[in-house]
Ligand binder design. Structure first.
Ligand code: S3P
Length: 433
C-alpha cells in the first residue's frame, strides 16, 4: 500500500495568466540519459528533466559504470561506458519508472553478466510480460516474478527479430531497439499506432542509423553511439496541466516557450482546439530532430465544448487523459474516453482513480473497462483527493480544483515530483486568486 506523506491545499482560481518555461521532457531525458551512459565519450544536457523518474535512470546507469555529474545551471554531464556496462553489485532500482525498467531491460539483455531490476510497489505491479516476450524471441534469458518485477537478466548474445507490438508502447519498442542496436542483423519493430518516436530520434542524434517506414522502424546492429550536447525541450505532458487549466477560464492567457512539440506527442493541442480553446504555435525550430516551439493558449469566451477520444488518439494521448477527464465536468457537452484500457496499468489504475476522485468532488461519471464518460455542465466542490501515489492524478485534480467551489486537499501531493517537482510552485505563479 502506498502511504500518502504530503498534503496540499489547492484553492479555486479566478484566472490563469502568465508565461512559463518548463523543465525538460521526461521521455526525452530518459533516452538521452540512458544512451549517453551507454555511448562512447561525454554528453552534456541542459534543461534535463528534474523528475525522480529520470533520476532513477541516471542512478541505474551510474551503477552500471557511467559517470553522472550535475554541473552549474542545471547541466547534466554523462560519461558513457562505450557500449559495455559493468554489472552492479546490488539490484538496479528503477523506483517508480516503467520507462527505466522496460528500456534498460533491452539494453542489458545482450550484455555480459547478470542484472536484477527492482522497483517500488507500483512498478512491481505493472505488466512486464510485454518486454519478456520479444526479448525471449531474440534469445534473451530474462526471468520475471509472476509477470512482474523483480526481473533477472542473464546477459547473452541475441538474434534479430521482426516484431509487431500487440499493444502500442514506446517503451516496448525502445526495449527491442536497444537490444537490436547490439545484435548482429536487422531488428524491426512494427506498430499499429505510431507511438512517441523519441528513441528513434535520439538514437540518430547519438550517431546510429535506423530505417523507418510508416509503421515500422529497423536497426541493423551492432552500432556504436557517440556522446552529444543537447538542450532538452520542455515537457508537453507537464504542460498539459497548465494548458488545460488556462483553457478553463475565459480571459485567460498562458504562454509556454521552449516546449517540446514532437508530432507524436502533440495530439493534446488538437483536442484542446476541438474543445474550442484558442491555441497558437510560434517560433517552431528543430533541435536534435525534436520540434520545439512556443505555445499560446486562451480559453473560449463561452467555455469548452465537447469531444470524444477513442482509437489511436487514446493511445497517443495516454498520459494526458487523466487531466482531460478531470476538466470534463467543466465543458458544456462532456468528454468521452474509450480504447484506453492501458490507463489501468499505469502508475495506478488511472480510470478507477479518476472516477473515484471526480465523484468525491460531486461529479457524475460513468466508468467503463476501457474508459469513462464525463458529462459536461457540472459544478464541482472541493474535496479530499486520493492521488494514489500517482503523479498525474495529483496534478490532474489540482487543475480540477481551480474551478471547484471551496478548497481541495490533495493527499499524496509529493508524487508530483515523479515527473514535475516544480508543479505546485508554478501553479501558484499563474493561478490568479
Ligand atoms: C513513455 C511511454 C508511454 C507513456 C509513459 C512514457 C515513454 O508508456 O505512458 O509515460 O517514455 O516511452 P507505454 O510505452 O507503456 O505506452
Amino acid at each position: 500500500m502506498h502511504t500518502a506523506t504530503e498534503e496540499r491545499i489547492v484553492r479555486p482560481a479566478r484566472n490563469v495568466l502568465g508565461s512559463l518555461r518548463l523543465p525538460g521532457d521526461k521521455s526525452i531525458s530518459h533516452r538521452y540519459g540512458m544512451l549517453a551512459a551507454f555511448a562512447q565519450g561525454a554528453s552534456r544536457f541542459s534543461n534535463f528533466s528534474t523528475g525522480a523518474d529520470c533520476a532513477s535512470t541516471l542512478k541505474c546507469m551510474e551503477a552500471l559504470g557511467a559517470t553522472v555529474r550535475h554541473l552549474d545551471e542545471g547541466i547534466v554531464e554523462v560519461t558513457g561506458v562505450g557500449g559495455r556496462v559493468t554489472p552492479s553489485e546490488g539490484p538496479l532500482d528503477c523506483g517508480n519508472s516503467g520507462s527505466t525498467m522496460r528500456m534498460i531491460s533491452g539494453l542489458l539483455a545482450p550484455q555480459q553478466g547478470s542484472f536484477t531490476l527492482i522497483g517500488d510497489d507500483s512498478l512491481s505491479r505493472r505488466p512486464m510480460e510485454r518486454i519478456r516476450k520479444p526479448l525471449a524471441e531474440m534469445g534473451a534469458r530474462l526471468t520475471l516474478t509472476d509477470g512482474h518485477a523483480p526481473i533477472i537478466i542473464e546477459g547473452t548474445p541475441l538474434r534479430p527479430i521482426d516484431y509487431t507490438t500487440p499493444v502500442p508502447s514506446a517503451q516496448v519498442k525502445t526495449c527491442v531497439l536497444l537490444a537490436g542496436l547490439q545484435t548482429p542483423g536487422l531488428t524491426t519493430v512494427r506498430e499499429s499506432v505510431r507511438t512517441r518516436d523519441h528513441s528513434e530520434l535520439a538514437l540518430r542524434a547519438f550517431g546510429a542509423e535506423l530505417e523507418r517506414t510508416l509503421d515500422s522502424i529497423s536497426i541493423r546492429g551492432p552500432q556504436t553511439l557517440h556522446g552529444i550536447e543537447a538542450a532538452v525541450p520542455g515537457d508537453l505532458s507537464s504542460a498539459a496541466f497548465f494548458l488545460c487549466a488556462a483553457a478553463l477560464f475565459p480571459g485567460s492567457g498562458l504562454i509556454l516557450d521552449w516546449l517540446g512539440l514532437n508530432p507524436t506527442r502533440a495530439a493534446l493541442l488538437d483536442v484542446l482546439t476541438a474543445l474550442g480553446a484558442n491555441i497558437a504555435v510560434l517560433n517552431l525550430e528543430e533541435k536534435n530532430a525534436e520540434l520545439v516551439g512556443t505555445v499560446q493558449v486562451t480559453a473560449p469566451r463561452d467555455g469548452l465544448t465537447t469531444t470524444a477520444i477513442t482509437g489511436a488518439l487514446a493511445a497517443q494521448l495516454i498520459d494526458e487523459l487523466p487531466v482531460l477527464a478531470a476538466i470534463g465536468p467543466y465543458t458544456s457537452g462532456g468528454i468521452r474516453i474509450r480504447d484506453a484500457k492501458e490507463l489501468r496499468v499505469k502508475e495506478s489504475d488511472r480510470i478507477a482513480l479518476v472516477v473515484k476522485n471526480l465523484r468525491a468532488m460531486g461529479a457524475e461519471v460513468m466508468e467503463f473497462e476501457d474508459g469513462l464518460d464525463v458529462p459536461g455542465g457540472q459544478r464541482l466542490h472541493g474535496a479530499t483527493i486520493d492521488a494514489g501515489g500517482d503523479h498525474r492524478i495529483a496534478m490532474a485534480f489540482s487543475v480540477a480544483a481551480l474551478r471547484a467551489e471551496g478548497e481541495t486537499l490533495i493527499q499524496g501531493a509529493e508524487s508530483a515530483a515523479i515527473s514535475f517537482p516544480e508543479f505546485f510552485t508554478l501553479l501558484d505563479q499563474v493561478a490568479e486568486r
